[in-house]
Write a protein that binds this ligand. Structure first.
Ligand code: HEC
Length: 177
């Protein structure tokens, strides 16, 4: 028992030290701010593509970078906080044109999901994500979290992008193509 308590203390101490070290800017001790231009990872795009080998495909990386902030890694969303679940979402798994339109232009206004009233705002991603990235992320959403709908292609996204090019505000559910 005593041995165990000692091991536990050492463990906690080590954890505290690691968090202290990672919290401080070690490089900052040796360089001045002037030497340190904003650093852009030249391999950022390559990393996302490399993730294509992962189980979730390249869409998983896009999902983790953007969508998970609201819809959560589990796809369960926070319905009580006006963020619908993508897990089990009929809309996400239905005719691909609707989820494509949502990611391109956003969604606003009241919807009811699983008996919960949701009245949130999702922004447009048409300027940040290209056709392939939107196809990838929706392919992931439609096959993750227990969902079981078919993949989305970049050509499908391209077609909806062209067809809805004049759209300047978020869709409401009734307006979706
Ligand atoms: C800033 C938070 C936020 C982010 C980031 C976000 N969404 Fe949303 N999303 C929402 C909200 C809020 C709604 C519901 C809007 C409403 O109430 O009409 C929604 C709705 C949806 C819906 C409709 C679901 C249904 O069953 O009606 C889909 C599909 C969707 N989002 C996919 C995505 C994908 C894919 C991404 C990443 C590319 C993403 N969202 C990023 C907040 C977000």
């Amino acid at each position: 028992m005593q041995f165990f308590t000692k091991r536990l203390c050492v463990g906690i101490l080590a954890l505290a030290m690691v968090s202290m070290l990672s919290g401080c800017n070690v490089r900052g001790l040796f360089t001045s701010y002037g030497d340190d231009p904003v650093w852009v990872d030249p391999n950022a795009a390559a990393t996302e593509t490399a993730a294509a080998g992962d189980a979730g495909g390249p869409g998983k990386a896009v999902y983790g970078r953007i969508c998970a902030a609201c819809h959560l890694g589990s796809g369960k969303g926070v319905p009580g906080n006006n963020i619908p679940a993508l897990a089990g979402s009929a809309l996400a798994q239905g005719d691909a044109r609707k989820p494509i339109a949502i990611v391109l232009h956003g969604l606003r206004g009241p919807i009811e999901r699983n008996g919960v009233q949701i009245n949130g705002q999702m922004a447009a991603w048409k300027d940040q994500l290209d056709d392939q990235q939107i196809a990838d992320v929706l392919t992931y959403v439609r096959s993750a979290f227990g969902n079981a709908a078919g993949p989305v292609t970049a050509d499908e996204v391209k077609a909806v992008r062209e067809e809805t090019a004049s759209r300047t505000v978020q869709y409401t559910e009734a307006e979706l193509p």
